[in-house]
Design a protein around this ligand. Sequence first.
Ligand code: URA
Ligand code: SF4
Length: 184
Amino acid sequence: PDMDWKTLEETCRGCTACPLAATRKNVVFGVGNPAAEVLFVGEGPGANEDEQGEPFVGRAGQLLDKMLAAVGLSRQHNIYIANMVKCRPPQNRDPLPEEQDACLHWLKAQTALLRPRIIICLGRIAAKAIIDENFRITTQHGQWFTRGGVQMTAIYHPAALLRDESKKLDMWNDLKMAYDKMME
Ligand code: URA
Ligand code: SF4
């Protein structure tokens, strides 16, 4: 039988399966409503997340929370947020393929417990791992795919919006479409 949430989180917080364990301060397990229908998946923790042990709590995360709130979504109520990789890669580099491979089973276990109807990847790295290894975020963001009965899409990573304001309009449209899917 699957582990329950508490056991899964405790076990994950003790994970040393890849070299990122040596440099992390905190495992960033995930946060949100365990009854949510929507799972958001980011890439991996940054410095703020590593400090606090919670995903998307830095500047990009605050922007994400603001945009989510505007379409009626929040980690306190109706979504769950987790990352591909649970420990911070040094200097915020992309997680290496072997780190992603070592870590992905935690996200799979979270997905098995949550059984989301909708998965929303935040940015290229999550989209490539979850939707399609050839995923192109600039041309394919907001497109919907169905895998094993789960509807999924990828939208821009909020950090990309901080670097390039012109992506915000696309982000709003994608988030509104995600909300409409939730209401279907
Ligand atoms: N970026 C991510 O992909 N995840 C976080 O938790 C924070 C920043
Ligand atoms: Fe374990 Fe994932 Fe952390 Fe690596 S990144 S130590 S696999 S929890």
